[in-house]
Design a protein around this ligand. Sequence first.
Ligand SMILES: Nc1ncnc2c1ncn2[C@@H]1O[C@H](COP(=O)(O)OP(=O)(O)OP(=O)(O)O)[C@@H](O)[C@H]1O
Ligand SMILES: CC(C)(CO)[C@@H](O)C(=O)NCCC(=O)O
Ligand SMILES: [K+]
Length: 244
Amino acid sequence: MKLLVDAGNSRLKWRLDDQGRVVSKGIGALDEPEWLAGLGPFADKISGVAVSTVASEGRRLDLASQLARLTSAPVRFHWAEPQRSGLVNGYTDCQKMGADRWHAMYAAWRRSDQGVAVVDAGSAVTVDYVSAGGQHLGGFILPGLQMMVRSLRTDAARIGFDPSQALDTTPGLSTTQCVNHGLAWLTAAMVGRIHDDVKRAGLRQVLVTGGDADRLVGLGLNAVVARELVLDGLALIDEEDQRP
Ligand SMILES: Nc1ncnc2c1ncn2[C@@H]1O[C@H](COP(=O)(O)OP(=O)(O)OP(=O)(O)O)[C@@H](O)[C@H]1O
Ligand SMILES: CC(C)(CO)[C@@H](O)C(=O)NCCC(=O)O
Ligand SMILES: [K+]
């Protein structure tokens, strides 16, 4: 049984796979080791752990010691790579790319033989384009929804509002509306830009993952929701690396 871990900046997602079958999964927080409790019953069946993380080095080491308390199985951290099975990273310095982006892109590349856009709507939002030939054409990094809400709250003294999941993009008539509609309006504009780029680059599909995936679809993103794209790519890569 293999434990897959996607440790993002705010949340951690885990999944237990056994020969391609999902045995169990969960969500936790890096700072709160409670998530490990859900794994207790499986601990002695874990034969290996694969991790994709974009957390700081300090938190990565905390995670490593949490995992060492759970299991003595080997823990493998996977990072962005220059290339793999036909997918070519467009970064000149691949080590600088977040592992989550590479793993999501790899899963997308393996499940589609056409050009694809990969959108990860997490703490930060990332957009990456991959041509039909597997060339990473580049991407974008933007603040995520909670990050934008937080910055308005923290850095603008007179902006008091109640955040909502509103998808209304009409002009607001109160502070709360102006903020919530503004965030939806901004996201809808991003969705439009993604559609333009996809058309221009001749990509055939958009895959979206991350905590705000449904919100993007709600705002018009023409995409297939792939909830665990990072874990899917991580699973494929770890499997390939373990093969003799
Ligand atoms: N139960 C939830 N808890 C926290 N965030 C949630 C929840 N449900 C949806 N979200 C949304 O998900 C976003 C965070 O997404 P996600 O959990 O994919 O991020 P992450 O993997 O921690 O971050 P990243 O990978 O970008 O560093 C937030 O902006 C928030 O709006
Ligand atoms: C952009 C995030 C935060 C998205 O999770 C992550 O992929 C990351 O920390 N990336 C490092 C910078 C880069 O990808 O170029
Ligand atoms: K993520």
